[in-house]
Design a protein around this ligand. Structure first.
Ligand SMILES: [Zn+2]
Length: 319
């Protein structure tokens, strides 16, 4: 089965609402064609099926894969390439927008099969080359591992670099730190397509960042890019047209709401900041679901501390 065509066959109402429809089901993932050169594959992020992470494939003379989901996404990516009448050996490069395992999980498996290079920003290189050992074994017996293995970063990317898929398809690297120190976005200017990784996050959830002030600056920078037609994020729904610009403001508003709640909770708890006590209050006041695992609780504590220690965040959020 080929990749479902997204925007080209869509009703005007859906387009103006800023959402692409779900299209063709492929196993546990969904695939849609964004433009003749770009496919989006929705890959599962957790067993419940309500969380997902997008992988994007750019088809030129050569193939560029942007992010790789968890290890389970390998089959979905290879299926898409084969049903497009192409061969995995045509993959030139896997670009990782950052080093989190839900974006790097199948990079090793695909690289080993395709013989391609893996490219990422140096600040996230360590996470890609040294994944948490817990991710390399299945979380339970009979459950496959989340990450297919450590993978060497063969090309280090910096602001202004380009990655070519041939046929004039050139991805520009934008350094957009904040979600992680080495987060990048990719701009395919000829198609008005912006791949944001996790720099832009869906509202209604806790924002995830290593440096919230850097993240707000990155979001403002992305919003200032003229002529964007396609917004292609990691965990949010892709969008197109003028509606996509709202996503940057929504993401900043979400950080502002979270920061206000953290400051309020820090005042209420008093004394030396206790990230766990602050997190409990913030989650209650913002009506967020509690962390399902101790690992996530530790990550939330780090985010609370990053928020409390951010320099210049208040004035940045007032602009
Ligand atoms: Zn991430």
């Amino acid at each position: 089965m080929g990749c479902g065509r997204g925007p080209r066959l869509m009703g005007r109402a859906l387009v103006s609402a800023g959402f692409y429809p779900r299209s063709v089901r492929m196993g546990t993932g969904d695939c849609m064609q964004i433009t003749p050169h770009i496919h989006a594959i929705r890959t599962p992020q957790g067993p419940a099926g309500d969380r997902f992470v997008y992988v994007y494939i750019v088809y030129g003379e050569r193939i560029v894969v942007i992010d790789t989901g968890f290890a389970v996404a390998e089959k979905l990516i290879l299926d898409d390439i084969r049903s497009a009448g192409r061969d995995p050996s045509e993959i030139d490069c896997i670009v990782l927008t950052h080093g989190h395992p839900d974006h790097t999980g199948s990079a090793k498996a695909i690289r080993d099969l395709a013989g391609c290079i893996v490219a990422a920003h140096p600040q996230d290189r360590h996470a890609i080359e040294n994944p948490d050992p817990a991710l390399l074994s299945g979380p339970a017996q009979g459950v496959p591992p989340l990450v297919s293995g450590p993978v060497p970063v063969g090309r280090l990317l910096a602001e202004g670099d380009t990655i070519s898929a041939g046929k004039g398809l050139k991805l520009e690297v934008l350094y957009t730190p904040g979600h992680s120190p080495g987060s990048i976005s990719l701009l395919l200017r000829s198609e008005g397509a912006l791949f944001t990784g996790d720099a832009v996050q869906a509202p209604g959830r806790m924002p995830i960042f290593a440096d919230p002030a850097a993240l707000v600056r990155s979001l403002r920078r992305l919003k200032a890019i003229p002529g964007l037609m396609h917004y292609l994020p990691g965990h949010d729904q892709p969008a197109e047209g003028a509606a996509l610009y709202q996503r940057f403001d929504d993401s900043i508003a979400n950080i502002r709401r979270f920061h206000t709640a953290v400051k309020q909770a820090a005042l209420e708890t008093g004394g030396k900041p206790d990230p766990q006590a602050i997190a409990a209050r913030v989650f209650a006041s913002l009506n967020l679901p509690p962390a399902p695992s101790p690992q996530l609780a530790a990550m939330i504590n780090n985010i609370i501390l990053a928020d409390l220690n951010a320099v210049g965040l208040d004035s940045l959020l007032q602009e």
